[in-house]
Structure formats: C-alpha cells, structure tokens
Design a binder for this molecule. Structure first.
Ligand code: GTP
Ligand code: MG
Ligand code: ZN
Length: 298
C-alpha cells in the first residue's frame, strides 16, 4: 500500500536523498518534475515523500525554506554554532569575524562555542580577547569534549532546532557531536596529522538527529570562507551590528564608513565603541568585494 509522509533530508548521496521520518531513514529519488522546476533539494529541506517500500521512496515536493546557507549548503537553519578552539588550532579572529559576518548577512542567529576549554591556560586573558563578542550580544559557551564541560548547556541550546556546526578543520566539531550523542560515533581526526597536511576528517555535510525535532549538521572544516560572489560592497556593513548601530549617526545614508565626511565611525573607534580589529577586517573585505565587482564588470 503506497503511503505519503513528511520528513527532513539529512544526507545527499550520489543523486539520492536520505530522508528522516521520525527517526527512520528512507532513501529517496527526486521526482523528475522537481528538477524541471529548477528545484534542487538540499540537506535540511522539509520534503513530502511518497513511500514505495519500507526504506525507499520518492521526494514529491520540497516545502518552502525559511533560509538557505550557501556554504555549507543547508536549508532551514535555526542556529549557526561557530566552533573555535582555544588552542590547537589557536583562535583565529579573522576567520571568526568572517564566519560571523556571513551568518549575520544570511539572518541566521549565531552561538560562539569556545572548544577545547580543557586547554585554557589563562582564562582572564582569553576572556579579554573575546570580550567584544559578548558586548555585541552574541551568546557564547565554553565546551570541552574531553572533560564534558559545557556539553549539557550546548544540548539545551540545540534542543528543537536545526543547527549547523561550522569552524576550521580540527577545532573539534565532530568530537562535540560525539559528546552530545555518543551513539553517533563520528570519525574524529588526529591533530598532528591534520595540522601538518591540512586534511579534513569530515568530508560531507550531514544532518544528524540528536532527538525528536533536533538536528545538527556536522560540516567539513574550512580555512577561509568565501562571501557570496555577488555581494555588493554597500551591503557588507549589515554584517557588522556595531556598524549598523553607529552608522545611524553618519551624515549620509549609504555611508561606507571609510573616510567620508560626517562619518560617525572614527569617533566610535576613538571611544572604543568599535573594536579596531573588526574594523580592520571590515576595511579589508570592503576592498575585496570592490575588486570582485570590478572584475565582474571588466
Ligand atoms: N584537548 C582536547 N582535544 C580535543 C577536544 N575535542 C577534540 N579534540 C581533538 O581535536 C582533534 C580534532 O577533532 P575533530 O572532532 O575531528 O575536529 P573537526 O572539527 O571535526 O575536524 P574536521 O572534521 O576536519 O573539520 C582530535 O584529535 C580530537 O581528539 C577537546 O575538547 N579537548
Ligand atoms: Mg569533523
Ligand atoms: Zn559612516
């Protein structure tokens, strides 16, 4: 007897879609008409499935998405957990800001997770280094897969959501998932080999089911994250909440906060209301996006 059901795509493998139906995984093809309509299902999509057997089916339709991340390609993301290890590898503020800006621009809430907390030597020093993020209103969490610190707090944050764990290779994303749910048995890398050769242990985006209505995507780590190629330089400041705030007092609308007359940013920088390193990153990426635009019109 054929049967209809609704579930969530958790994996895309060689043209097949693995769909979670309340804890049961069904391997599906997509109906031809979806492709004709230019609809490419991705991990995270809520889909209607026509079951043709106990573990096989056809994706009939993709429900409207609340959002879609370009990289990693995941739809309907409620929370981006940006994982940065305190050491091994050391905190990389450039990558942190880059990730934060891209999730801000995609309107996805972020949680900053400082992983490998067991390697923390000088807490006061580290807190000073990252205090700007707390001031900007981002929730933060210390976690260690080794000691279990922060794991319950992380579980509470994830409950009832679709979350994506993102961050450099080797920061411990898969280890965190194992700590949250040992049964998932995620492959974990070996730091020395990785740091030497830049190898990635997790190679594919996959949504893991932690509990009812709770999914988390383990993603391959990356060193640099590309912005959407078509991002207009004028839009970049929207990814920096402090520039949005201070920018309300700039004389001209559309101020790029460089050296314009009447720009409110220099005063905010001088008063310490804008973090100088984040502002440097802003200027650097503004230049990068301008060059990309010139390249497009050449
Ligand atoms: N000291 C310490 N080491 C950890 C912790 N979590 C993970 N590690 C180690 O860090 C290394 C990398 O961990 P993974 O979980 O594979 O890192 P990943 O972020 O999933 O890496 P990719 O899959 O390559 O993106 C492994 O050698 C882990 O044993 C931790 O809480 N404390
Ligand atoms: Mg991994
Ligand atoms: Zn300005």
């Amino acid at each position: 007897m054929p049967e209809g059901a609704q579930g969530r795509i958790v994996r895309v493998v060689a043209g097949f879609y693995d769909v979670d139906l309340k804890g049961r995984t069904v391997r599906c093809r997509a109906r031809g008409v979806l492709k004709k309509r230019g609809m490419h299902p991705v991990v995270g999509d809520e889909v209607r499935v026509h079951l043709s057997g106990l573990s096989e089916g056809v994706v009939e339709d993709v429900l409207a998405r609340t959002n879609i991340l370009v990289r990693p390609p995941v739809a309907n993301v409620d929370l981006a957990v940006l994982v940065f290890s305190i050491r091994e590898p050391d905190l990389n503020r450039h990558l942190l800001d880059r990730l934060l800006v891209s999730v801000e621009l995609q309107n996805v809430p972020a949680l900053l997770c400082w992983s490998k907390a067991d390697l923390l030597q000088d807490r006061a020093d580290f807190e000073r280094e990252v205090s700007v993020y707390g001031r900007l209103g981002y929730p933060t969490l210390y976690a260690s897969s080794l000691t279990g610190e922060g794991i319950d707090a992380l579980r509470t944050r994830l409950r009832g959501k679709v979350s994506v764990l993102a961050g450099q290779s080797g920061v411990g994303k898969s280890s965190l998932i194992n700590a949250l749910h040992p049964g998932l048995n995620r492959a974990v890398g070996d730091v020395s080999r990785r740091l030497g050769r830049g190898r990635h242990t997790t190679r594919q985006v996959e949504l893991l089911r932690l509990e009812e209505n709770t999914y988390v995507a383990d993603t391959p780590g990356f060193g640099v994250l590309a912005f959407d190629k078509d991002l207009e330089p004028e839009k970049l400041s929207k990814g920096f909440p402090e520039l949005v705030e201070v920018g309300r007092n700039c004389r001209y609308r559309g101020c790029l906060h460089e050296e314009e007359e009447g720009c409110a940013v220099p005063a905010a920088l001088a008063e310490g209301r804008i973090d100088p390193l984040r502002y440097d990153h802003y200027r650097e990426w503004l230049k990068e996006l301008r060059e990309a635009r010139e390249e497009r019109y050449r």
